[in-house]
Each structure stands twice: as C-alpha cells, then as structure tokens.
Design a protein around this ligand. Sequence first.
Ligand SMILES: [Zn+2]
Length: 249
Amino acid sequence: MKVVYHSRYTEVYSYDPAASPGRIEAILKELEREYDFVEPQAASEDDLRRVHTRYHIESIKRDKHLYEVACLAAGGAIEAARIALEGEASFGLIRPPGHHASPDHCWGFCYFNNIAVALARLQSDNLIENALILDFDLHFGDGTNNFFAGSGVEYLQPSGRDGQSFVEEIINKFRQEKGYSILAVSAGFDRHVEDWGGQLTTDDYRTIGKLVKEAAERNCEGRRFAVLEGGYNHHVLGNNVKAFLEGLA
Ligand SMILES: [Zn+2]
C-alpha cells in the first residue's frame, strides 16, 4: 500500500470545509508511520483537457494558487492510479476533492475531477479499457457521473438508509459488476456517525475497504486505488481513513 501525498495539500487555498486548516494533518498523523509515501507531479493541462472544457480550466486558472494546488491533486490521483496498475493498492491523500467537478462547471469544494482525470489518462495511454468507480461519500458525485455517463466506466454510489443496508448494497453491486480493468474509489468520509451524514461507523469503513480489495482481486487482478473526497470532522477523520486503508491494503 502506498499513500500519494504532496506537502502543498496542507495549503489553505479557499474558505470551505474541505480546505480548512488541520484537515489533511489529521489524516497524515494516522498514516505517516504506517505507509510509504509517494510525491506526485502536477497534472498537465493536457490531462485536464481530457475531462474539462477550456473555459472551465481558464476559470480556475484565474486564481493561481488554487490552480496549482488543484493540478497537484489531479496529479495525485493519476499517480495513485498508476501505482494500482502496477499491482499495489494506493490511496491519494489529496485535496481539493473532485467528484462535484463536471466538464464545464464545479461546486461543492471541488475544482477538477481528480478521479476522472486519472482514469481518462489511463484510457488515453491505452492502459485500461474501462473501470468501476465506487463513491461512498455522503454526496452524489454529479461531476463524475456527468463525465462518464454512457462510457465504459461504471459509476456506483449506494444509497442505503443506514450503515448495514449501505454495506449490503455494496456487496450486491460488487456481485453484479464484472469485466472492469481497475476499481477506483471516491473515498469521502462525511457519512460517518460523527460527521455530517451520521450513518457509517469506523468499522464500516474497514469493511468497505476489504470489499473493494476482494472485488478487485476477483475481477481485475487486484488493481485498486482510492482518492480522498469529503470528511469534515477532524477528530474522527484520521481514524476513519486509517480503518478504510486497513481493509483496502
Ligand atoms: Zn461529501
């Protein structure tokens, strides 16, 4: 298991809960003694252009600081995907998050769609044919869904009423989905019982990580990676990420 991380992810590029000071540090504290860290390159404009319109890229570029950090986040997702292709599980400890970034607009603390930029790059390099994306964030990843609708990449977000039905839905969907080249996860932790969603326990994240690992081993030679999306309670966020990675590793 590798963790993809850049020290610039701790920079405060915006006034929103995803960018708040101490958020990345809370996760870092739990992971830095456990895993090897890899520093990514920033995504290139060509990488962004596979997913986003020129208009959208220019609109983010107006804020130079934000643009630089957002390109590093997208680059972090590319690196995590590349490590997964080589057969090792990986986690992109990145920000800003990405799943609310559509080709021509964004909202919800997102700017570029990190997971889409990563998968589009692998497709463009002829390294994968298709993919399965599991998104367990509290919020629907409209940007990811918009970009991949009608493509070979399946976007899956459970909608369970409680923790148990949420996990069962993942088990059932994983049984149905077959024939993908890589399993990618939009890992948002805002569904936790002590975060905005009030639904999943820390153990549920460990279980979900394990389900991802097993599905990837059955279907795509174990190729799996996850990138950070939401999660706003700094007191529990680090532990939840750690539990998820224990299952995923
Ligand atoms: Zn969210």
